[in-house]
Write a protein of this length. Structure first.
Length: 182
């Protein structure tokens, strides 16, 4: 994510580089021990075996893909991924695509009516579930903060507001977002 992007929902949750997230294990591997961030222990295969396992030496990470090996499988995450995939497949991928691409023009037209400039491509075959737009005079950060207080999940990035729709969103959600825009 670009350092100039700020996701409202991620800032609150403490991820994507905002407070509450510790550095990835691989980001400090080459740093001197005094500058390393505290982190959870690495997976057993991710580090080079120590010459003195009982000593105070800090493990060195492998220089290849083994450095990303985990200690345990994330069973809860795998179950969640499976449930998510089953839900998407049960809803039908073509139906989800049609629904999402049906919401995007509604949002694009709504922001235009409110005087915003659409930044996202809007031609045939160019639309997606992400609609980016900006106000001609108001700062996007102020608008994003206002929307956050109203409970609208939107991202401000490089001066643009980015709204994302998915199959669980409705026309009512789009109307709510449009109503909350200044």
């Amino acid at each position: 994510m670009s350092p100039r992007c700020r996701s409202i929902s991620c800032r609150r949750a403490g991820i994507n580089g905002w407070p509450g997230r510790s550095a990835p294990a691989s980001s400090t591997a080459g740093s001197p021990p005094s500058t390393r961030s505290p982190r959870r222990p690495p997976g057993p295969g991710s580090v080079i075996p120590l010459a003195d396992p009982g000593g105070t030496a800090i493990p060195e990470f492998h220089r290849d893909g083994r450095r990303f090996e985990e200690a345990l499988q994330n069973h809860a995450g795998l179950w969640g991924l499976n449930a998510s995939a089953e839900t998407l497949l049960a809803a039908g991928l073509p139906q989800i695509e049609a629904h999402v691409l049906g919401l995007s023009p509604r949002l694009a037209e709504g922001v235009r009516r409110k005087g915003y400039r659409l930044v996202s491509p809007d031609g045939p075959g160019e639309r997606s579930g992400i609609t980016a737009f900006r106000h001609p005079g108001l700062p996007s950060t102020a608008i994003a903060a206002r929307l956050e207080q109203a409970g609208v999940d939107i991202t401000e990035c490089n001066g643009n507001l980015r709204a994302r729709s998915h199959f669980y969103n409705t026309d009512g959600d789009i109307d709510w977002l449009l109503a909350e825009l200044p």
